[in-house]
Design a protein around this ligand. Structure first.
Ligand code: ADP
Ligand code: MG
Length: 292
């Protein structure tokens, strides 16, 4: 496996206020993210997801443990500032609040901001901004004031800024949480397109189980530890375990699971509403004909 990020036994604590003890946010976390993959991270508030994200893009460094980005160990004693800088250029992050991420007045200036900081030539910036705006379906808003946009459109502009910097891996930290259902759908379809068509490695931190179900892999966190790691089928295929951890499963899984318990012969690892409806209808038809 060609891993873009690898973590071994990461620990991280935040300093407490004056007489309080430090807050342990990560408690020995190990995993590997394959280049080009789509991973979702689930877990309650406070389970350590954002802390982990900030280590993966090196906003913070771990207290102990090892971290590799693109095969280079960032926690080794002989890592240089330039190694860290180049690793930071590979992994980008999109945050939760669309309003906090817009830095310029006009959309295209906002998208160009990160590239300008990279010191790229103007013609290169122009080309990257145009491509990035087109990737997120916002070309026609290039010269619009950013403040006029909806939440979903602002998130698309924030994503365009990260795309323009040509990150190989993008971490979305609850980037759909503040959006309405329409904005959420827009952003999710862009995230999937970036992964499938551009080969960008995606790490999606979310509370929406139907979003997580679209990933190749789900990591479940609790109290600074990984308590589950598998495909959506594996993770949601055992809803009792998720409920024990006080987490949800997709609504389709919950419905199918309850019907299965009531005696219908149904799979539970189906996440798409239409397929779920077809399966239930077929099973009911079968039951009726058996009686008839
Ligand atoms: P999540 O993103 O899963 O909600 P976080 O990584 O933000 O979890 O938080 C993990 C733990 O670290 C929580 O107990 C939280 O209160 C604490 N924490 C997060 N950020 C800070 C901070 N800046 N200072 C002190 N404690 C923090
Ligand atoms: Mg968080």
């Amino acid at each position: 496996m060609n891993s873009i990020i690898k973590a071994e036994n990461l620990f991280f604590s935040y300093p407490g206020d004056e007489d309080n003890k430090p807050v342990r946010a990560l408690n020995g976390v190990s995993f590997e993210i394959e280049e080009g993959s789509f991973t979702a991270i689930l877990g309650h508030n406070g389970s350590g997801k954002s802390t982990l994200a900030k280590l993966m893009c090196m906003i913070n460094m771990p207290e102990s443990g090892k971290l590799w980005v693109m095969g280079k160990e960032m926690t080794s004693d002989d890592v240089t500032d330039s190694d860290i800088l180049s690793a930071r250029r590979e992994v980008g992050m999109v945050f939760q609040n669309p309003d906090n991420q817009i830095v310029a007045t006009i959309v295209e200036e906002d998208v160009a901001f990160g590239c300008e900081n990279l010191g790229l030539p103007p013609s290169e910036i122009r080309a990257r901004v145009d491509k990035a705006l087109s990737d997120v379906g916002m070309s026609k808003y290039a010269r619009h004031p950013a403040t006029d946009l909806s939440g979903g459109q602002k998130q698309r502009v924030a994503i365009a800024g990260v795309i323009a910097m040509k990150r190989r891996c993008i971490i979305f930290d609850e980037s759909t949480a503040m959006l309405d259902p329409m904005g959420r759908r827009e952003v999710m379809s862009i995230i999937q397109k970036l992964n499938k068509e551009e080969g960008i490695t995606v790490i999606l931190i979310t509370h929406h189980m139907n979003e997580a179900a679209r990933a190749d892999r789900i990591i479940v966190m609790n109290e600074g530890r990984i308590i589950g790691d598998g495909s959506p089928r594996e993770i949601f295929g055992d809803p009792e375990r998720m409920w024990e951890a006080d987490l949800d499963v997709p609504q389709t899984t919950e419905l199918l699971y309850k019907l299965k318990k009531a005696g219908l012969d149904l799979p539970i690892d189906v996440f798409d509403v239409n397929t779920t409806a077809v399966k239930i209808a077929a099973e009911i038809r079968k039951k009726i004909s058996e009686r008839g």
